[in-house]
Design a protein around this ligand. Structure first.
Ligand code: ZN
Length: 70
């Protein structure tokens, strides 16, 4: 299950969201309630590409240091 990180465009609050589906996203900021959320790509979501597809480790080393696919 992909864990995405979102940043609120209004208050700058960064929070993680566990997506049950690939197209799922949080409806609003848990801190201020703003709907202007920007998806972040942190180490937590390193195995998932910007288009939601699974990016496998072709180099053999992950940015996180631990390969989730091995
Ligand atoms: Zn906010």
């Amino acid at each position: 299950m992909p864990l995405f990180e979102y940043r609120c465009d209004k208050c700058g609050h960064v929070f993680e969201h566990l997506a049950m589906r690939s197209d799922e996203r949080p409806s609003k900021c848990p801190q201020c309630g703003s709907r202007k959320l920007e998806k972040q790509f942190s180490a937590f979501s390193a195995r998932t590409g910007p288009d939601g597809s699974d990016s496998s480790c072709t180099s053999g080393t992950c940015s996180t240091g631990t390969c989730p696919l091995s």
